[in-house]
Design a protein around this ligand. Structure first.
Ligand SMILES: [Zn+2]
Length: 301
């Protein structure tokens, strides 16, 4: 989400938490505050006009870029939350920035005008190369350095054994705190990568078992298909034999029809002959009557 709100502050360091709260959505501000107190905000790079950071949200890691430009506060976050005018992650980042920027300014107002990303410290292990850790070189106290070195020894051992870092010493905001913060950030990132790796490995295992299941299902389906093919062939054979029977039946029907026609013809013939016979009989009767009358008539004379 990208948002732009008018802002009269000339430097990001001048924003107070009250000002941030005044422009924020109440519930987003509350969640942002929880993120802050549970140490989920990591400022990667910051100066008075812009902040680059990451926040561990409830569903993953989100990246933010917040800038002061032309009288506007422009915030960009990789999340998709519709929170206006700023998402909870950007609010948390502003609060985190404000948390360590404020005491610094009140302690040394002259320094506050300078950029926060100045020279980085040189550690004995990196062959004189400057480590990319933001810090205030002018702000380092020797006592703080001693405390830091004391913390660093067990911290290095913990890193070697991949164990959690020892609790950071109680130091005020400043360069040393930032070094410790940077080391903690690196360790957190290593842990996050490890977690991602573990989850990827378990996903891979799940996929493997899915593939196994699918292979089994495929084999079962193949067996079922073969059985179905055998049944189909059997049915085809049966259908063919029924067809033969039907052909035979239709042949027989044709023969019966032919015989019936012959029968009808014979019956017609017989009827015709019968009627001829009747005619013959009646003509015989006529002849007989004629003869009878011829014989009887002379006896009366
Ligand atoms: Zn966000």
């Amino acid at each position: 989400m990208r948002n732009k709100i008018p802002c009269s502050a000339e430097r990001l360091g001048l924003l107070t938490s009250e000002m941030i709260q005044a422009v924020s959505d109440a519930s987003a501000f509350q969640i942002a505050h929880q993120y802050l107190t549970t140490n989920r905000v990591r400022i990667a790079e910051a100066d008075d006009s812009q902040i680059t950071s990451t926040v561990i949200g409830n569903s993953g890691l989100y990246e933010q870029n917040i800038r002061l430009k032309d009288g506007h506060l422009v915030s960009k976050c990789s999340c998709t939350l519709p929170e206006e005018p700023m998402c909870r992650h950007c609010i948390a980042v502003l609060l985190e920035y404000q948390r360590w920027a404020q005491p610094r300014q009140s302690r040394n107002p002259k320094l506050a005008k300078e950029s926060i990303t100045t020279a980085a410290p040189t550690s004995p292990s990196d062959n004189g190369k400057r480590a990319p850790v933001p810090s205030f070189t002018a702000d380092v106290k020797l006592s703080d350095v001693m405390v830091f070195l004391e913390w660093l020894q067990p911290a290095m051992k913990a890193l070697e054994r991949q164990e959690p870092l020892p609790p950071p010493p109680a130091l005020g905001p400043g360069a040393i705190s930032m070094w410790i913060q940077a080391i903690s950030n690196l360790e957190d990132r290593r842990r996050e990568s490890e977690e991602v790796m573990t989850s990827l490995e378990s996903q891979l295992k799940d996929r493997d078992s899915d593939v196994g299941h699918l292979t089994q299902q495929l084999q079962t389906s193949l067996r079922e298909r073969n059985a179905a093919q055998a049944i189909t062939q059997e049915l085809r054979r049966e259908v063919a034999s029924y067809k033969e029977v039907l052909t035979r039946v239709s042949e027989l029907t044709a023969e019966v029809v032919r015989h019936a026609a012959q029968m009808r013809a014979v019956t017609g013939d017989m009827l015709q002959k019968g009627s001829q016979l009747e005619k013959l009989v009646s003509s015989f009767k006529d002849v007989a009557e004629t003869l009878q009358s011829a014989v009887v008539l002379p006896s009366h004379e």
